[in-house]
Design a protein around this ligand. Sequence first.
Ligand SMILES: Nc1nc2c(ncn2[C@@H]2O[C@H](COP(=O)(O)OP(=O)(O)OP(=O)(O)O)[C@@H](O)[C@H]2O)c(=O)[nH]1
Ligand SMILES: [Mg+2]
Length: 366
Amino acid sequence: MMKKCVGCGIELQNTDKDLQGYTPKSIDSKEDTYCQRCFQLKHYGKYSTNKMTREDYKKEVGKLLDDVKLVIAVFDIIDFEGSFDVEILDILREKDSIVVVNKLDLIPDEKHPSEVANWVKDRLAEESIAPLDIAIVSTKNGYGVNGIFKKIKHFYPDGVNAMVIGVTNVGKSSVINRLLGKRIATVSKYPGTTIKNTLNMIPFTNIGLYDTPGLIPEGRASDLLCDSCAQKIIPAGEISRKTFKAKYDRIIMIDNLVKIRVLNDEEVKPIFAIYAAKDVKFHETTIERAKELEEGNFFDIPCECCRDEYNKHKKITKTLTIKTGEELVFKGLGWVSVKRGPLKIEVTLAEEIEISIRKAFIKPRR
Ligand SMILES: Nc1nc2c(ncn2[C@@H]2O[C@H](COP(=O)(O)OP(=O)(O)OP(=O)(O)O)[C@@H](O)[C@H]2O)c(=O)[nH]1
Ligand SMILES: [Mg+2]
């Protein structure tokens, strides 16, 4: 069998520097070896794109489906809808699973983990999915990770091989490193870090964990931008929130990505909050001024380097009504939470960015 990179799972080779899996080190040794790409990512944060198609993804993950009894599905708490892909959900309907909701550290303290678990349970039930258990964790600070281990041991006291699945960037490799107790799998802020399946055993147990590549889901705003803009809109620190009391015909822009026009008449004055990564700019203005801002350089996202490419996406406008206690979600970007509604709006955005309305995730504060 060919030797694989312990960081991303790619087969190692010594022959071509420009191809995946290259390492200048000997691949005959027994030592753990990383490919050059993982080495550069780990030590210099240097990234080289690896964007798998849905078909490639299905082929790679499909190889394991018959062998594993348990699936550990990882979702991102901040971009739950963005990580809720049909491919992943289909696997969850078929297999025993433990659902892990990661990045708890990114949400405001007022939300208790048990509330998050109930909210996730309801969302999964809507999709006819009943996991064995749900764990709310943060691999950044370690919160809840031991709970995953306990749950695996509880359901499989004699051991099991589990596969850790999810869309790109949700923290699958981070979960595995925490469970193994060592930083072996390559983790990076860029999507597409893990390339192939790799198996590691949790020391002193019969529990094996397969790291798998992430699926690039459809409909995420962050996947339509260059890597530098994507990094700005993917939350890495606590998310920011801004509250609006906007009247008829006021425009709220979420960077140059989403334009919201308020349609409420004078009788109802809606109150709503927008949540997104801290580098995302929210701006309230008039219809005329919004047009000028859209054409100019007021917004940093999309940046000059990806603006032309981004503008090729067709823009669509939708009219929506969101009730008090509901949220309008923009996959891969953020959400609008309605505190006093109904909020009637017209939303203009790239056709590829998927939107949905859900029950409020963070309780509105007055
Ligand atoms: N704030 C926060 N960031 C996290 C957490 N877990 C992972 N991350 C970050 O999320 C990014 C992706 O982590 P990975 O573990 O590489 O994610 P992955 O799902 O394996 O990604 P792919 O291999 O690309 O599919 C990295 O920047 C991590 O530091 C967490 O609990 N909190
Ligand atoms: Mg990974």
